[in-house]
Design a protein around this ligand. Structure first.
Ligand SMILES: [Zn+2]
Ligand SMILES: [Zn+2]
Length: 360
């Protein structure tokens, strides 16, 4: 079978032949991979800035955003059957007995940093024809989602953010009338976040670099959100341009200068969700006094989100079904498929909003 492997020491990304996995034992499931999405993390791994092979190995299989079909199940598998579609989760627990999150199945909150992540750190990923996975790490997807379920993994991060926003709303004994959401960044995560806010009836604004009359702006207007380009509106002017502060800001740019400069656009009692991971660089300066004053005097919450737990993955499946009903064209427009032999090229340089390697 084919596999796309990265060798950080030799600085190579190539397609190789690997032996097929054994037939599934116990609670193992044999998967035939259909689609694998490529994101910024894969591009960082593909340019050898990030990523760690499993212990004792020189290379590892790339890919962590997958949709697969079940080819065979082990004798102890109870939840799944051959032919069903599934999305494998990414993070696997650490082994420390003191890591309460990992011992409770919430490795997305791991405290030891010794977890593994398929296709990212210390574990093979999904860019291969066949793979084995334990039943407990699989999320069911309906056949209706065949063309879009590769988005479940990135959407699970948005859903984890939404879960935490919902928990934080419970601190109020009152409703927020006409909630407003601001999304920073118009990549896959930003667009999926904007769709989520729209589906929940929020007045939604997306702020990014692309020109306002370009295809990204049209796509955003297509699902009923407003697009604001940094070409025409500075961050200082953002609140005025969108007609008031936002009850939720969802950051998906990974640029600290942009992320913190947008803090004044957060409304009193607002929640700021950060998902971008900035690269290491020089310290960035800013008006720390103003940010601290606002956060304290306006009861604001800033929360970081990485990875997702099982409930967020399941919610992502339901969200995709909802998006397909509400704005099918917008969701379809995110994806651009390429065959496996073109994968090294799209890892090097993206072409669509979400490049998807099709192995089917
Ligand atoms: Zn990703
Ligand atoms: Zn842990």
């Amino acid at each position: 079978m084919r596999a796309l492997v990265v060798n950080p020491q030799q600085r190579s990304v190539r397609i190789v032949e690997r032996p097929e996995p054994h037939s599934p034992r116990e609670d193992e499931v044999l998967l035939r991979v259909l689609d694998v999405g490529i994101c910024g993390t894969d591009r960082e791994i593909g340019s050898f800035e990030y990523g760690t092979p499993p212990d004792g190995m020189q290379e590892f299989v790339l890919g962590h955003e997958a949709l697969a079909e079940i080819k065979a199940v082990g004798p102890a598998v109870t939840l799944f059957r051959t032919g069903e579609l599934v999305v494998p989760t990414v993070r696997r627990p650490c082994s420390s007995p003191r890591c309460a999150p990992c011992r409770s199945g919430r490795q997305d909150f791991c405290i030891t940093n010794e977890f593994s992540e398929r296709g990212i750190v210390r574990a093979d990923g999904f860019l291969t024809d066949l793979l084995l996975e334990h039943e407990r790490y699989l999320i069911a997807a309906s056949n209706a989602l065949r063309d879009v379920a590769v988005l479940v993994e990135p959407l699970s991060v948005v859903c984890k953010g939404a879960e935490e926003c919902a928990l934080l709303r419970e601190r109020f004994a009152f409703d927020v009338p006409h909630p407003r959401a601001l999304v920073l960044g118009a990549g896959t995560i930003g667009l999926l976040a904007a769709m989520t806010f729209r589906a929940d009836g929020c007045e939604t604004y997306v702020f990014s670099r692309e020109p306002e009359d370009g295809p990204r702006g049209a796509l955003i207007a297509g699902f009923g959100a407003h697009y604001v380009s940094s070409e025409r509106t500075s961050l200082d002017d953002l609140t005025r341009r969108i007609g008031g502060a936002a009850d939720v800001i969802f950051e998906a740019v990974g640029v600290p200068e942009v992320a913190f400069a947008a803090l004044p656009a957060l409304a009193p009692n607002g929640v700021y969700v950060m998902t971008g991971v900035p690269s290491h660089g020089k310290p960035v300066s800013g008006d720390l006094g103003r940010w601290m004053r606002d956060i304290v005097l306006q009861n604001q919450v800033v929360v970081g989100i990485v990875n997702a737990g099982p409930t967020a993955y399941k919610q992502a499946v339901r969200r995709l079904e909802q998006f397909l009903a509400l704005f099918p064209q917008s969701i379809g427009a995110l994806i651009r498929r390429v065959p496996l032999n073109q994968a090294p090229e799209v890892i090097n340089r993206g072409r669509g909003i979400k490049d998807v390697v099709s192995l089917a």
